[in-house]
Design a binder for this molecule. Structure first.
Ligand code: ZN
Ligand code: ZN
Ligand code: ZN
Length: 278
């Protein structure tokens, strides 16, 4: 009943910045005058870019309904909702990348993260394959597509992916319980022992590129010790002294904070292993 919508910032709706654009800034399809309606020109209330109806989704923000493009929804919305400060929030990463982060040598049952599904992935009806996610299909499903996915190391061999449905004010995993915010949903699942420990990612486990957008990352932390080298030995568990930002501009988490990694290490594999198999 109580619709607690905590807004860290008041957000104003943007005016259109490209009123004469011929094509959608997100899907690059040409706009149409009338039909299909999904291809008509509209604009994102957050960035103001010209976007087709099919690439816009309704999201409540600052006590108003915003029509938001996929890009803003994946990057600005989590920031405005305050999700970036939670170690379990890994932003826009793929299913494969989530599984990689949950299957490291030090991960254990109950490790989890919450992520934003990339645009090309994880539509409700596509969970078991089917790669024909066309623009038309996306337009049809519209706002029903889950934006957030809870990924959990649920057995020694597998990672499960649960769509978080609903929107701010009423998120749910299944119909048995609603939560005003995603942090509340996560806290409740932790209390019920479904989730134990926030997955972490350290800068030094990366790749020279962002796992999501493949943008090149600063090379200082990718293992080549000649750059910015105040220590020669490749001690792998140091917080990158001035390296990767926590998040890429595309919305992917690139590194967890040193504090989050310390908590991860302190909770420890053995404890979780016994707790979850007892
Ligand atoms: Zn579009
Ligand atoms: Zn936008
Ligand atoms: Zn990126």
């Amino acid at each position: 009943m109580s619709s607690v919508v905590s807004m860290p910032e008041a957000v104003q709706k943007a005016v259109p910045v490209e009123p004469h654009a011929k094509a959608c800034a997100v899907c690059h399809e040409a706009f149409v005058w009338f039909f299909p309606a999904a291809r008509r020109r509209s604009h994102c209330d957050l960035c103001g870019k010209a976007v087709c109806n099919g690439c816009l989704h309704n999201e409540p923000l600052s006590f108003q309904e915003f029509r938001m493009c996929n890009t803003c929804r994946a990057t600005s919305l989590p920031r405005l909702r305050g999700l970036l400060r939670y170690p379990w929030f890994h932003g826009r990463i793929s299913r494969d990348e989530a599984e990689r982060r949950l299957r490291t040598d030090s991960s254990a049952l109950g490790d989890f993260l919450v992520r934003v599904a990339p645009d090309t992935e994880e539509r409700p009806h596509h969970f078991h394959g089917g790669r024909h996610s066309s623009h038309d299909h996306a337009a049809m499903e519209g706002a029903d597509m889950p934006l957030f996915i809870l990924s959990v190391r649920n057995t020694p061999a597998s990672v499960a992916h649960f769509p978080i449905r609903g929107q701010e004010g009423e998120y749910f995993l299944d119909r048995t319980a609603n939560f005003s915010t995603i942090p509340e949903l996560v806290a409740s699942s932790m209390e019920s022992d479904m989730l134990d420990r926030s997955a972490v990612v350290s800068a030094d486990t990366h790749f020279p590129v962002c796992p999501t957008c493949t943008a090149a990352l600063p090379t200082a932390l990718t293992g080549s010790s000649d750059n910015h080298g105040d220590n020669g030995d490749g001690s792998s568990h140091q917080q990158g002294g001035g390296g990767l930002p926590e998040f890429c501009e595309c919305g992917a988490r690139l590194a967890s904070t040193a504090e989050a990694r310390k908590i991860f290490d302190n909770i420890g594999f053995e404890y979780l292993h016994h707790a979850t198999t007892a």
